[in-house]
Each structure stands twice: as C-alpha cells, then as structure tokens.
Design a protein around this ligand. Sequence first.
Ligand code: NOJ
Length: 553
Amino acid sequence: MATTSVPTAPGAEWWRHAVVYQIYPRSFADGNSDGTGDIPGIRARLPHLIDLGVDAIWVSPWYPSPLLDGGYDVADYRNIAERFGTLDDARAFIADAHAAGIRVIVDLVPNHTSWDHEWFTAARSAPSGSAERRRYMIRPGRGVDGELPPNNWTAVFGGSAWTRLDDGEWYLHLFDESQPDLDWTNPEVRAEFIDILLFWIRLGVDGFRVDVAHGLVKDPTLPDVAVNEGILESALIENHPHWDRDGVHEIIREWRAVLDAEQAEHGRDLMMVAEAWVHPTSLPKYLRPDEYHQSFNFDFLQCEWEAGLMREAVDRALAGSEAVGSSPTWALSNHDVVRHATRYGLPPETDWRAWLLDGPHDALDAALGLRRARAAALLLLALPGSTYLYQGEELGLGEVFDLPTDVLDDPVWENSGRTRKGRDGCRVPIPWTVAGSSYGFGEKGSWLPQPARFAALSVEAQSGDPDSTLELHRRAIAIRREMWIDAGALEWSNKFTREEEQVLCLRRGDMTCLVNFGSEPVALPAGAVVLSSEPLRTDGLLPGPAAAWIRTD
Ligand code: NOJ
C-alpha cells in the first residue's frame, strides 16, 4: 500500500485514528551484534509490527549523539548515529515501512543540542556576545565576579540549570549539562530547524514528534522562579519563565506552514505531535488548526487506575481536542515513565519514580498490574483518536525496577545525587525469543541486562498462545480497524457505568467497551462479545479487573 501519495480529506487524516508504535532504537533489535539496537535490527523485526497491525512507527532519536541523555542530546540533526546505521539504512527502513503501509515519524529535538554539536563547540571558544554564542542562552553570572549563575533555575534532571564556560560566562540547560538550550529569539536558530524539517520530509518521513515542545521560549529577563518544582509540577505554574510561554506558538505556526506547504506541493500527508507537559487547559492552544496536529495526553497517562478519574481524564481530552478541531491521543507508557503494567500493580498514589529506588519492591503485585494493563489496552484502543504504544507494551512488559545501580545510564541517576533511579528500567531491550543471548535482541548480549522473567514474555513465547498479551493486542488492533475507527462519537452508558462500583461503559455506535476496574464480576450489556481481556466466567459475567468489547446489532 502506498502511503505518501495522496493527502486525505481534512478530518479523515491518517493520524487522527492511527495506532502509532514507539521504537526506542537502542533497545528494539540489534542487527550488528554490538549490544545496541540499530536500524538493520528494526528492519529485520518489521514483520512483528506488520503482524501487530500498527499504522505508524515513531522512532526516538537516531541521530549522532554522545548518548548522555539517551539520544535526546543531538550532535548532528541531519545524520544517523554510526551505532544505529547510516542514512541509507534510514531510507531503506522508511521504504520498507511504506511498502507495508506503515508511516514513519521521527523525533525533532529543538530545545537544546548536544554539547558535541558543532554550534556549541564553536560557541565555547568564541568570545562573549559573538554570533556563535548568540545561538545559545549564554549569559554573564551574578555576584562580584560573575561567580553565581544568572538565576536560580534548576535542571529537570537535578542541579542548577546553568553551567559555567571557561571564560566565566554561563550557559543554560533545562536538562543535562550536556544539553545546552538554544536561543529561539535568534533567526538563525529558527531557519536551521526549518531546514532540518525539510531535510527529513524530503528523506521520506511522514511526521515529527517534537521534544519539550513547551520549553523553547524563555522570559528574556530570566527572572528567578519562586519555587523550583519538577517538570510536571512547574508546568502548572502560571506565567512560568521557561515553560509554556506564549511565544512558542509563533514558532509552531512557522513549522506548521512548512509542513502544509510541503503537503500541498508534493502530495504528502504530514503531521507533528507535541510533547508538551502543560496544564490540560493550556494544551488545546497547541492544537489550533495552524499549530500541532496532535499532542500527547499526559493527563491521561498519569491517571490512577480508578474509574471516575479515568472517565474525567477521557472527557477532558475529548473536550480539549474537539474545541480546536484536533483529535485526542492516548498513551500509557513511553521511554520516560515507569511502564504501566508496573504502575498499575502498585498501591494507589505510590510515587512510582521514587518507588524505583526506595521501594518497597514487594508492594508490587505484578499479576494485578498485568491484568489491569490488558484491560487498559482495550479501553485505549476503543477510544476515538489515536493510540501510542511503547515498544514491549504489547508483550505486557513491566518495568525492570531491579536494575543494579552500577548499570544505570540515565543522567537522572547522577544528577539527582543518586536519589532518583531514572528511566533505564523502561528501556531494557526487548525479548524476542525464549532462549539465546539477550533473548533474541542480538547475538552479543544487550546494553542493559534483561531479567530472566523476560523469556516467558518474549514474542516467541507469546505468539500463537490465544491467552497471551501479544495475541490480545494483535486481535484488538485488527478488530479496532474494522469496528471502532468509524464507530462515531463516544457516549457513556448510564445504565452500565457505575463509578462507585468501578465500572465504566462507553458506547460508540453499535460498539460498546465495558471496563471493570474493580475485583467483583459484573454483567455485560446484551450483544456479541467480540473480545475480552480475560475469559468470561461460566455465568457470563466479566471478572475484574478486565475489559470487554461488545457489539450490538
Ligand atoms: C523529553 C524526552 O522524552 C526525554 O527522554 C528527554 O530526556 C527530554 N525530553 C530532554 O530532551
């Protein structure tokens, strides 16, 4: 199936209802046996994604990078890291994916470069105030000799957001010190990123996932912040000096115009999805018709496994995206958060980031987490909009919370003074086979150790087992395509939704999805059960926690 020739009519674009599979390239499949995933590995495993039935693949950064933040520290935006392959490998992968009817989205990282980027190397040795320095947020310090950072901002990964250069000036980095923030008031920076967009569009990609979409613009007076909170909490503060500032919208509109022009001129069907950790009431602004096509829905991702809260999060997302003519997205995991099969197995209100290090690890009920994750998959795939699945989610992988601290690679570990374990536990390489070196990930081990429990979760172990999480996903995605995509608007069924009893029931046309969040069995609406995340009981009731799809004639 050709995927790049004819743009679809407004309102029916592919991204509005796509199942998008996120590949974290280091950890997907290793084609050259060096312990790190790569593009030949992805190409070899493409049949898995074809069998799964996904519509698009989002590839996390594959660019040259010192990997001090897992690739979100880009040293060259127009190339592929040697460890992952070559530009020709990327072209071949995109061609393979397109031939299978699968679109490809790449990551755009505009807030910061790597300190290995040639611009930053030049800025380091250039004089104060030079054109090279003006591409970044470089300022003199405070104090008698400028020995204090320009303000009190802290980096998301911990520590000050400022690091001093050899000549005494300071550069801003909202993340790791290896990720200097660009100055988006500089026209050269803006022109450069338009060129980067065009480079990848012309190479054949179908869209962009935009990193830290809410962070590009800073208050030019660089005021101190009143409270230094984490990325999630501070995004909720009004008029924050570096998150969610109005100026970002002008930049987004510029990018959107580029995509629209390419689309009109070359018959493409392009999209951009924003990673914007902003307040749900602010998010629709990013989704106006001349801005992002979509954004991630972190409000839903972070929701506790609780019927009333989930329903509210669904309603907020539907209302927010409808108000601006966008369509909602749903995701429960990605490369930055504890996998939801684990989160859902923890006691309510556990701070899961802290739990990784602090435990107690025996508080985890992994079997319960997996049952809930299977039910959640049916909820996600029944909702109007598009679904983002993170690699391994289709296998029911949980977080590898017990990684020994000496293998941790995420800068969060060191930058937090070893008080936060970071995100490695959701980035452990995928198990493909029951046995063999690194469970089929590659032939020579894997860059992070995989636990023995991965064998039973491998693609090989689950394929063909009708009760497996993998087969559940395969069936669900196939049925979704046939029965849910055009099923129409969502309504909650008053008869079957009973939040106090932990039951949600949504209807779209003749399709119904009932989710039993609790542990008591519940009755299902009349109709044919087309799929359920657990077998129905002999009395026809749906056990809990579980979900079922029902078709009424
Ligand atoms: C968000 C990315 O998803 C994350 O992995 C990265 O560390 C930060 N942005 C900084 O680029």
